[in-house]
Design a protein around this ligand. Structure first.
Ligand SMILES: Cc1cc2nc3c(=O)[nH]c(=O)nc-3n(C[C@H](O)[C@H](O)[C@H](O)COP(=O)(O)OP(=O)(O)OC[C@H]3O[C@@H](n4cnc5c(N)ncnc54)[C@H](O)[C@@H]3O)c2cc1C
Length: 521
């Protein structure tokens, strides 16, 4: 049962909302609520904003994205800024990349430079498989239609299972082909498995395998070709910092180094938050902290009938990532984004899904200095390495694995023609799945949250208006529509609208279509 706020909140002179967590979801929700006159206090356990979307800056002057490096589909965040009377492009410089990224197929050494330029992309595909080049246009057309049909569903809340029977849902389901996986759907356009991989490795953004991920998610690669891949100058964390700056200027009270211990409740109604033994009364609470990690701590198990501790523990979670952040002396002969696809890419994914740490892993590296010299001191470079590995559900002991896996990851750089970088390393930081959990509060170290299979999407995902406790709302990758920056920003908009409805904030709602018309002005 959903539980919109009841009368007392409507009567308070100025509603006061707590947001727990200054990740992308929490920041956008705070901005949108403040834009409508709601008093917002944002509590962040760390000393910086952004959560997983922050930039790490070292004393030597190296800068690394901690998590996201692909900034996609800026339109939604632009609309959030416009709703706050600001322009995203005036707050953050976004560089559009072309090529989008380089793919290296280790098996036969072929290389594909993905580009949004149709003729050039057809030529790139033809290098691998001449017969597949024509499939690029049919892929784009099919996914344009798919996104159009599915977009309304990503822009509205899913408060109940009956919404699966609404007309727009049924129309979208037809195009979504629920019986197909991403790889299966791509087979309609491309015969060569390497070409299919070029359009399907993006399911890794959700921490999922293209051989299991629902076919809806072919829209991920489509979005890259249709709307571009961007690099925010200073890293994706620059976007989070800009959001925190704007939120503060709008009156949001951001309290860093302030971990919330629990949400206080009276009966089935949230009454505020507790920090360091002190209770602070609130009209509503928006939770951005990672769902799997925070829910068991923030709300008593007994009050959560559906998403109780057992269900959270039994849910399905994305893979994790082993990260290396390297400050390198000199420059690197490497594209901004490069994905190395190991010869046994499929076996590799099965290993990660099955809890085995791959010994010849595929990996992704970012050489941000290729486009943005501000990411390293003069004469130096930064290298970000991400290796998909199992989450902690399968119990790998990273304390004993880390040193060995570091060597293995560095050895893999030879496959990209980088040779041995060890003598040039001047700074190094490692983040393992255990660190994601312990340092960054990511449940099971599952960096991309709950998986996005059909049984954990839409009305089956933890809902934006948390169904079980009145006055609690969710934002971030653990709620609808899901993980990945554009959908997280969209989810915050959905949540903010629900909350403002419940608080009786009567201004026109910030629906996607209203925001689009504002953005067009
Ligand atoms: C390695 C990696 C690569 C990724 N790459 C991409 C990419 O290229 N493109 C993309 O679109 N997405 C990417 N993502 C996915 C996703 O966009 C990011 O993880 C995003 O930051 C998730 O945002 P969020 O709002 O869910 O919360 P988070 O970023 O997790 O933020 C939650 C915040 O809550 C705080 N918090 C937790 N507990 C408490 C508490 N008790 N009290 C107060 N504060 C608390 C945390 O400190 C944190 O600041 C990537 C993720 C990872 C980890």
């Amino acid at each position: 049962m959903n539980a919109p706020l009841s009368a007392p909140a409507l009567q308070s002179p100025r509603n006061h909302v707590a947001v727990i967590g200054a990740g992308p979801g929490g920041l956008s929700a705070a901005m949108l609520l403040a834009a409508r006159g709601v008093k917002v206090t944002l509590f962040e356990k760390d000393s910086v904003p952004g959560g997983r979307t922050r930039t790490l800056t070292t004393p030597e002057g190296y800068r690394f994205d901690l998590g996201p490096t692909f900034f996609l589909y800026p339109r939604i965040l632009s609309e959030v800024f416009v709703a706050c009377g600001r322009r995203l492009e005036e707050e953050v410089e976004l560089i559009q990349l072309d090529p989008l990224y380089r793919l290296v197929f280790e098996g036969d050494g072929t290389v594909l430079d993905a580009t949004p330029d149709i003729a050039r992309m057809e030529a790139e595909i033809a290098k691998l498989s001449p017969g597949d080049a024509a499939g690029f246009r049919t892929f784009m057309a099919a996914n344009r239609a798919k996104l159009e049909a599915f977009r309304p569903l990503l822009e509205r809340p899913f408060n109940g299972h009956s919404q699966w029977l609404q007309a727009d849902m049924l129309k979208a389901l037809h195009l979504m082909k629920p019986h197909l996986t991403v790889d299966g759907d791509l087979n309609r356009h491309f015969r060569d498995p390497r070409v299919r991989l070029a359009f399907s490795f993006q399911t890794k953004y959700l921490g999922m395998s293209p051989f299991r991920c629902p076919s809806l998610f072919t829209i991920l690669s489509f979005l890259e070709y249709e709307h571009g891949v961007f690099h925010p100058v200073g890293g994706c964390g620059a976007v989070s910092s800009a959001m925190a700056r704007v939120a503060t200027e709008m009156g949001v009270d951001i309290r860093y180094d302030t971990p919330i211990d629990r949400v206080t409740v009276s009966g089935r109604r949230a009454t505020g938050v507790e920090v360091g033994g002190r209770s602070i009364a609130m009209d509503a609470v928006v939770v951005n902290a990672d769902f799997a990690h925070s829910m068991p701590k923030l709300l008593p198990n007994g009050i959560r009938k559906h998403w109780n501790d057992k269900r959270i523990a039994d849910a399905r979670y994305s893979c994790s990532t082993f990260m290396l952040y390297l400050g390198i002396e000199g420059s690197l002969d490497l594209a901004h984004h490069t994905v190395l696809l190991s010869e046994d890419y499929k076996g590799n994914i099965a290993q990660v899904d099955g809890g085995i740490i791959p010994q010849v892993p595929s990996l992704y590296v970012q050489n941000a200095c290729a486009s943005d010299s501000s990411m390293a001191p003069p004469g130096h470079s930064t290298l970000y390495m991400l290796v998909p590995v199992p989450n902690l559900r399968n119990g790998a002991d990273w304390a004993s694995e880390t040193a060995r896996y570091r060597e293995l990851a560095l050895d893999r750089l030879a496959a990209l023609g980088l040779g041995d970088l060890r003598p040039r390393i001047r700074y190094e930081k490692i983040v393992t799945p255990q660190d994601w959990q312990d340092e960054y509060s990511v449940g099971y170290g599952a960096t991309f949250n709950l998986t996005h299979d059909l049984r954990q999407m839409l009305s089956f995902r933890p809902r934006n208006r948390f169904a079980e406790v009145e006055g609690v709302y969710l934002v971030g990758g653990g709620t609808h529509p899901g993980s990945g920056l554009p959908v997280i920003y969209e989810g915050a908009r959905i949540t903010a609208n629900l909350l403002m409805d419940d608080l009786g904030v009567t201004d026109a709602p910030l629906t996607a279509s209203v925001a689009r018309s504002l953005a067009a002005d």
